[in-house]
Design a protein around this ligand. Structure first.
Ligand code: ATP
Ligand code: MG
Ligand code: MG
Length: 289
């Protein structure tokens, strides 16, 4: 028989959960500081392998697949659970955000896309070539590659996806934040020019870089569309984790990547470490003195 005593109640604090990217319906709150993310086999495979990799301290703890209302979910740690009033930033890492296999697929049955041409003109009327203007259409692979040049993805190897600050302000419109100085200004605002927070982030990112350089998982995977989630508290507590492995795929053995060599189609390089080098460099630039 179970005896309920008031002292056994878990006083798990309530906190407003914040999602900076993805579809709103993809996440559900779990119990005890855990989170459910809509099941994706690729992500499940990655999280499982990461639990036995030196990267484990840099990813949310993973607890397997669970079902809720007939939908499968991956169960993982809610990284916000230990914060009271966090500021949060999602940085999507890498110099491209589509997989090589997506590019190959986009080339099957090539079709001129009017909708993509129109989106292109809307953002930048000078973007289409003379030929594309004549045809009033672009091919999908061309569109995919053009889109990467709008943000800092192609030029810095990462882009800011969203920032939500402790004061409630939220910005998810960084799609055209491209130049180093623009990115730096956004990062400066995010850390409120607090050198302690900046130092904590830098220390954590440098540790992460060291571990990435020796991780077997990282060496053997194309890591695309994955983010670094930054979380800090005004008190100075600051953490960074790797999240989102829905497009992180194993390479056929014995292939490996160094994640810094520029991408040319076929080499599968993703620019992840190059982007992290640039991110660390920009944050170092922000240190006072
Ligand atoms: P997309 O592929 O469009 O980026 P997605 O559906 O794959 O989206 P994620 O990128 O994994 O979703 O997560 C979206 C947002 O949810 C993140 O930016 C972050 O704000 C929040 N989030 C994701 N995982 C966690 C976690 N383990 N703990 C806390 N917050 C999380
Ligand atoms: Mg994401
Ligand atoms: Mg994703």
């Amino acid at each position: 028989m179970v005896h309920w005593s008031p002292f056994m109640v878990s006083f798990k604090k309530r906190y407003p959960w914040v999602q900076l990217a993805g579809h709103a319906g993809n996440f559900q709150a779990g119990d005890y500081g855990k989170l459910l993310k809509r099941y994706c086999e690729c992500e499940q495979q990655c999280l499982q392998k990461l639990m036995a990799d030196p990267l484990r301290p840099f990813v949310p703890g993973y607890y397997g697949v669970v079902q809720r209302d007939e939908q499968d979910y991956n169960l993982m740690d809610d990284l916000l659970a230990d914060f009271d009033s966090p500021s949060i930033m999602d940085c999507k890492m890498g110099s491209r955000t589509y997989l090589e296999e997506e590019l190959v697929k986009a080339r099957e049955r090539p079709q001129l896309r009017r909708d993509m041409y129109e989106k292109m003109v809307e953002v930048d009327p000078t973007a289409p070539t003379a030929e594309e203007r004549d045809q009033q259409g672009v091919l999908k692979p061309r569109y995919m590659q053009w889109r990467e040049t709008l943000s800092s993805t192609a030029t810095l190897g990462f882009r800011i996806e969203g920032i939500k600050k402790a004061d409630g302000t939220c910005n998810t419109s960084f799609k055209k934040t491209k130049h180093r100085e623009q990115v730096k200004a956004a990062l400066e605002d995010f850390v409120d020019r607090n050198p302690q927070i900046l130092k904590s982030y830098l220390q954590r990112l440098k540790e992460l870089r060291m571990v990435l350089e020796k991780s077997e998982f990282f060496r053997t995977h194309e890591v695309v569309g994955s983010s670094l989630l930054f979380v800090h508290e005004e008190t100075g507590q600051a953490q960074v984790w790797m999240i989102d492995f829905g497009k992180t795929v194993p390479l056929p053995p014995p292939r490996t990547l160094d994640h810094r060599t520029p991408w040319v189609e076929g080499n599968r390089e993703d620019g992840y470490l190059w982007g992290l080098d640039n991110l660390i460099d920009i944050l170092m630039d922000m240190l006072p003195g």
